[in-house]
Design a protein around this ligand. Structure first.
Ligand code: FAD
Length: 324
């Protein structure tokens, strides 16, 4: 694509490995990896992709993405440049760029005594990824603090969308292809010492119930069905410790799949499918993945990544459950 080829390598890299940019540290390259320098450049890239029919994906810290070993066609856009990592605090309103690291943002807000995002303690990712996933847990979701979200639409136009318009639900919202460029949060001033105590309590809860933060994983693989715990359902199906090649189910939290260093995305994807099948056989519940699987092959078979695994045609390699 000639316009892309005229961009400097710092903005557009061809066949750029994505594995190191994800928490799983697995998977192949993107055809194009784009790091726009400004909102205007981002809009031009989006328009250019749309006009040429090139698929676009947005990548935050890759804390909820698995990339197929063979890589993916099209453009992956990462908002990691200075234009997208700004934080502005104005009284109880906080604006954060889409590329802002949520962990750092939450820690800063705790120090400032601004309450509303501390329940995201221990959830890695960017503001853009957090909004897209409506990340959260038993203490709350990001959506409750969101006031407005600035986006670039698939037409390359900039819009500001209100919280209601985004229709936040459990681990999703109606971005409809928009790229988040920043978000305004409305927070509540409270005593920083009290906020710090709350933050530490939530952080410790996560540390005590999940694999270590540095492990190669993406957090919970499956959505909790109808308020039930997917982890408990997987555990009840006898799958804790189940291994498939380089991937295995955590012994600590059965909704976490972990990978060995240097492992294969294929093993993780096959293990996800194996868990889905075994759980359905065991209790009739069809688990739905929360993780986003970026695979041209799966999308070709199924018409989209969301239900890629449920309609997948390939057979799965099985190995007996093994202690890890
Ligand atoms: C150890 C660990 C623990 C976790 N615990 C939790 C938890 O408790 N609760 C929870 O909800 N999640 C949890 N997660 C998952 C993950 O942290 C969240 O989903 C997080 O919001 C992902 O943010 P990200 O920036 O890494 O997004 P990515 O993983 O990079 O992307 C996730 C999705 O967001 C989209 N996206 C990213 N940036 C943008 C943008 N600018 N505009 C539009 N779309 C965008 C991507 O296209 C993709 O569809 C955990 C992950 C790990 C590794």
């Amino acid at each position: 694509m000639s316009w892309f080829d005229d961009l400097p390598e710092s903005v557009c890299r061809r066949r750029a490995p994505l594995g190191p940019l994800t928490w799983f540290k697995l998977g192949g390259p993107a055809e194009y990896l784009m790091s726009p320098r400004s909102t205007e450049e981002l809009a031009s890239i989006i328009r250019c992709c749309r006009d040429s029919g090139m698929p676009i994906r947005f990548l935050g810290l890759g804390a909820n993405v698995i990339v197929a070993d063979e890589g993916i066609a099209g453009a992956v856009i990462r908002l990691d440049g200075p234009a997208f990592i700004d934080v502005k605090i104005d009284g109880r309103r906080v604006f954060a760029g889409a590329g802002v690291d949520m962990t750092k943002l939450v820690r800063r807000l705790v120090r400032e005594g601004l309450s509303g995002l501390e329940h995201l303690a221990g959830i890695p990712g960017t503001v853009g990824g957090g909004i897209s996933m409506n990340c959260g847990g038993k203490y709350g979701e990001i959506a409750t603090a969101v006031e407005q979200v600035d986006v670039i639409g698939p037409d390359g136009q900039a819009y500001t969308r209100d919280r209601d318009d985004l229709e936040f639900e459990y681990r999703q919202c109606a971005l409809n292809g928009d790229c988040v460029v920043g978000a305004t949060f409305k927070l509540t001033p409270i005593d920083p010492a009290e906020l710090d105590r709350l933050f530490r309590e939530i952080w410790m809860y996560k540390q005590n119930t999940q694999p270590p933060l540095g492990a190669q994983s993406v957090g919970c693989i499956f959505r909790n069905p109808d308020g039930r715990s997917a982890g408990q359902i997987i555990d009840a199906a006898g799958l804790k410790g189940q291994r498939l090649g380089s991937a295995y189910v955590s012994d600590r939290h059965a909704n976490f799949v972990l990978a060995d260093p240097g492992g294969k995305a294929r093993d993780v994807i096959d293990l996800i499918q194996l868990i889905t099948q075994r759980v359905e056989e065991h209790c009739g519940i069809r688990l739905e993945p929360e993780v986003k699987i970026w695979s041209d092959e799966l999308e070709k078979v199924t018409g989209g990544p969301a239900d890629a695994l449920s309609r997948r045609k390939h057979s799965v390699r099985c190995t007996p459950a093994a202690k890890v």
